[in-house]
Design a protein around this ligand. Structure first.
Ligand SMILES: Cc1cc2nc3c(=O)[nH]c(=O)nc-3n(C[C@H](O)[C@H](O)[C@H](O)COP(=O)(O)OP(=O)(O)OC[C@H]3O[C@@H](n4cnc5c(N)ncnc54)[C@H](O)[C@@H]3O)c2cc1C
Length: 498
């Protein structure tokens, strides 16, 4: 129970500096001194970290989220200027561009996950910096506090510890809580489809795929059931859906044909898209992707999903598509947490920000990444939900916060007179997507309308792999990724169902 030990550390260190550390509930596994902290108080206030004292404590920077934006920001922040307190339901960053490769065993799950303590070591070592495995549930910008609730792995399990609520005071708050998969309110999606956003989603996909492969080989399974079990349906023809379909078809062509040869003729991939696949890419690249996917055996269907049932998808035209594995990848929208915040909002319902990534009309609150968007008043468009946007906003904000901290504006309500310098400017570097069979697309245009270089084929695939290998956040994971690629090339993918 690392999070309990951390909270005990919070209590011990903070009880000397802060006056309002009090608990309203306490799991039975807490250490003796923590219990004392809880039961000695009759107050109904939450446990947590109280306000910092200028001149005694360092200003406290609270960061919500360990995604591309939050992690890049924490990596760049000077831990000598701020105590960094990170709150997130996961203790690692996911290198999302390579997540699809983990679903079929091209890469191992650990290769795409980077623990937060490696990204910003101060979180593990500095006395006033912490990581809390929790979700933020509310923000009070007037009081400069956030309210949080611990997360456990056993949600829905009656024996799991009750979530524990606590409060944190901040001097600066960075909201980098990402977005959630859009389901457009279609019935059955949340219940029956698997999203592809987190490592546990990729694990679920891999287990389901291997389970279906093994079930379909069992004596007595009917032909129709075999076909259903081995029909992998992907909804959404954006880069994630296309890359996942490409990985699946590679897996089928190379590994299923060799190691599940009894059922190799039954396994199929169908990609359903309402419009055109890869609609943000250049038309030539779209045509190339369509040709390559079709060549690899991916069945492309133009259609709109109306309903998702446990074993079949119903389209708007009434056609029914049975499936054994259903992966949903149709873009993202604001999460319930973001929707619940009574903050100014950008078009599309994201947290509204100005050119310096601040939430206007609130002191000391910033928002970056997929959860944020420029307010209409800035005259700038809402940026796409991309890692390259999130990463660059994270870097910009780290520099800005360092500048504010150095100028003495780190504490709450103390930065009003500080010159912020140049606003954040985003320049798109281009897009890439792999389509399987050692082929990829590279689109170096700055926008859909502008002209620029676009490449396809093996060279693009090589650029894709090299670019992502260099972008992987640590040398440790870079090494893991390179070794995984080599092992897969030489020995094939790992098909053990662990
Ligand atoms: C499979 C896949 C492939 C992708 N490929 C590419 C690509 O090739 N190129 C590209 O540019 N983009 C890609 N993207 C998009 C990119 O990953 C996102 O745009 C990027 O992750 C956004 O970063 P973020 O930090 O805003 O959000 P995220 O990375 O989603 O992180 C959000 C964080 O906030 C945490 N959080 C959520 N709610 C709360 C809460 N209430 N309190 C505290 N913490 C909370 C989450 O647990 C998470 O740690 C891909 C996305 C996926 C899913």
């Amino acid at each position: 129970m690392a999070w309990l030990r951390t909270l005990c550390r919070v209590y011990r260190s903070s009880s000397s500096t802060s006056s309002w550390i009090m608990a309203n509930r306490c799991p039975s596994t807490l250490s003796a001194d923590m219990r004392f902290a809880s039961f000695s108080s009759a107050s109904t206030a939450y446990a947590g970290l109280g306000p910092t004292r200028p001149g005694v404590d360092k200003p406290r920077l609270v960061v919500l989220g360990t995604g591309w934006a939050g992690c890049r920001m924490m990596k760049g922040v000077d831990a000598g200027l701020y105590d960094i307190v990170c709150v997130s339901p996961r203790n690692h960053m996911v290198f999302t561009p390579l997540l699809a490769s983990t679903c079929v065993g091209t890469l191992e799950f650990r290769s795409v996950a980077e623990p937060i303590g490696r990204i910003q070591p101060a979180i593990s070592t500095a006395p006033g910096s912490y990581f809390f495995l929790a979700s933020c549930t509310a923000v009070d910008p007037d009081e400069h506090t956030v309210q949080c609730e611990t997360v456990t792995d056993q949600e829905g399990d009656k024996d799991s510890p009750e979530p524990w609520k606590f409060k944190l005071s901040y001097d600066k708050l960075v909201i980098a809580a990402g977005a959630e998969a859009s389901t457009f309110g279609i019935h059955g999606v949340k219940e029956h489809a698997i999203f592809l956003r987190e490592v546990h989603h990729a694990q679920e996909i891999r287990r389901r795929l291997l389970l279906n492969l093994m079930l379909s080989d069992v004596p007595g399974i009917s032909e129709d059931e075999k076909k259903r079990l081995l029909h992998c349906v992907v909804i959404g023809g954006g880069p994630t859906g296309v890359e996942f379909s490409g990985e699946l078809s590679d897996f089928i062509k190379k590994d299923v044909h060799d190691r599940y040869s009894h059922v190799k003729d039954y396994i199929h991939v169908t990609l359903i898209e309402a419009n055109e696949i890869l609609s943000s890419f250049d038309v030539r690249l779209r045509q190339y992707a369509t040709k390559q996917l079709t060549k690899s055996g991916v069945h492309l269907v133009r259609g709109v999903v109306k309903d998702v049932l446990p074993e079949k998808v119903i389209l708007n035209d009434g056609s029914e598509i049975p499936y054994g594995l259903l992966v949903w990848s149709t873009g993202v929208g604001p999460s319930p947490f973001v929707r619940s915040l009574e903050f100014p909002k950008s078009p599309g319902g994201r947290i509204g920000i100005d050119e310096w990534l601040r939430v206007p009309s609130m002191q000391d609150v910033f928002a970056i990444g997929d959860c944020s968007g420029f307010l209409e008043s800035t005259g700038k468009p809402v940026l796409p939900a991309l890692a390259q946007v999130a990463e660059r906003q994270g870097k910009y904000l780290a520099d800005l916060l360092n500048q504010i901290g150095k100028a003495g504006g780190g504490y709450a309500n103390s930065a009003a007179d500080i010159q912020l310098g140049d606003p954040f400017v985003y320049r798109h570097l281009g897009s890439m997507a792999t389509v399987g069979r050692y082929k990829a697309l590279v689109d170096l245009r700055q926008s859909k309308e502008s002209k620029g270089l676009s490449l396809t084929g093996f060279v693009s695939w090589f650029i894709w792999r090299s670019a992502y290998l260099t972008r992987v956040i640590s040398w440790r994971n870079r090494f893991y990724v390179a070794i995984n690629w080599l092992t897969t090339f030489v020995f094939g993918r790992d098909i053990s169902r662990i």
